[in-house]
Design a protein around this ligand. Structure first.
Ligand SMILES: Cc1ncc(COP(=O)(O)O)c(C=O)c1O
Length: 344
């Protein structure tokens, strides 16, 4: 039995057409700026995100870390949501490598931040205080169940940060999911942010890579920081070709992933022990009425469904390009068997 892998959208595998584009990519040494395919991907990314320039990096975590390093100076403070990826899942890179103080504000369940709290988080400049120089936002919001943050909310928060002389970075690892779900485009969502990162290796279905986009001088400095972190790669066009293919072919289809996530959540709601969220994009977060995440993972795996633990009594299931409507129906059947088989 082939498992239905709902652990993350990062588990998707490139299809034959994407692989063909990769095999046929024209390449050069990207550290010298010679790789035409990387250059094309960076230009496309900047254009799609409405920014002047972009730099291709190996991962979303590196894109975020480079953004933090480039926007701040060591000893500065950054304001961010308590549930955001930078704060929870990037091995404290902002503290360890960018040397900044992280100031988390409570994310509400829908991924939003309290406007008044954001406003009061920027410190008065003084002899004793760190400089609050950056606000980080996330859209869609992973830990908040793929929540979509409307552009108007981002505009309001960005304007507060800018009033205080700070910049704004948007972790848009899944910004195209947000754009499709909100019926807008990614540039509109990122409009008031100084920089934005997005991942190719999540809903866009590429094997690797992220882009950091922003003003030309910011991206020039970001390129230096990429080199510092060991992220300067060489004939990277082979990878970048997958990104170009995805930007051309894999954005609109994300609506299917969102519909599948909604179907999955509707099905899960029928089981007494599971309380799924109402997914806004491709992430289903399930609160467990009985048992722990650890207790459920084994039986689900045995039944042929893979999920991720997302807290002691919470699971996450993510739909992606390799999950069809039929897979969702089959996953629900298998979950039914798991529920029947265990006494949790
Ligand atoms: C919102 C968000 N930002 C950043 C990342 C980091 O991406 P990567 O795994 O490529 O480092 C992730 C990964 O899941 C994510 O969900």
């Amino acid at each position: 039995m082939t498992p239905i892998d709902l652990r993350s959208d990062t588990v998707s595998k490139p299809g034959p057409e994407m692989r063909r584009a990769m095999a046929e990519a024209e390449v050069g040494d990207d550290v010298y700026g010679d790789d035409p395919t990387v250059n094309r991907l960076e230009a496309m990314a900047a254009e799609r995100l409405g920014k002047e320039a972009a730099v291709y990096v190996p991962s979303g975590s590196m894109a975020n870390l480079i953004a933090v390093m480039t926007h701040t100076r060591p000893g500065d403070e950054i304001v961010l949501g308590s549930e955001c990826h930078i704060f929870n899942y990037e091995v404290a890179g902002a503290a360890r490598i960018a040397n900044v103080l992280t100031h988390p504000l409570k994310n509400r369940e829908d991924g939003s931040l309290d406007v008044a709290e954001v406003a009061s988080s920027f410190r008065e400049r003084g002899l004793h205080t760190p400089v609050t120089s950056l606000l980080c936002l996330e859209n869609t919001h992973n830990r908040c169940g793929g929540a979509t943050i409307p552009s108007a909310d981002i505009t309001e928060l960005a304007s507060i940060a800018h009033t205080h002389g700070a910049t704004v970075h948007l972790d848009g690892a899944r910004i195209f999911n947000a754009a499709v779900a909100l019926h807008t485009d990614a540039a509109e969502i990122a409009r008031d942010c100084d920089s934005v990162s997005f991942c190719l290796s999540k809903g866009l279905g590429c094997p690797v890579g992220s882009l950091l986009c922003g003003p030309t001088d910011f991206i020039e400095e970001a390129r230096r920081n990429r080199k510092l972190l060991g992220g300067g790669m060489r004939q990277t066009g082979i990878l970048a070709a997958a990104g170009i293919f995805a930007l051309e072919h894999h954005i609109d289809r994300m609506a299917e992933d969102h519909a599948n996530a909604a179907r999955l959540a509707d099905g899960l709601r029928q089981f007494e022990g599971f309380r799924p969220n109402r997914p806004r994009s491709n992430i289903v977060v399930i609160d467990l009425v009985r048992g722990t995440a650890g207790e459920w993972l084994g039986p689900l795996r045995a039944a042929g469904v893979l999920a991720t633990p997302f807290g002691p009594r919470r699971l996450r299931m993510v739909t992606h390009i390799n999950i069809t409507g039929g897979d969702v129906a089959e996953a629900l059947k298998r979950i039914d068997q798991a529920v029947a088989a265990v006494a949790i």
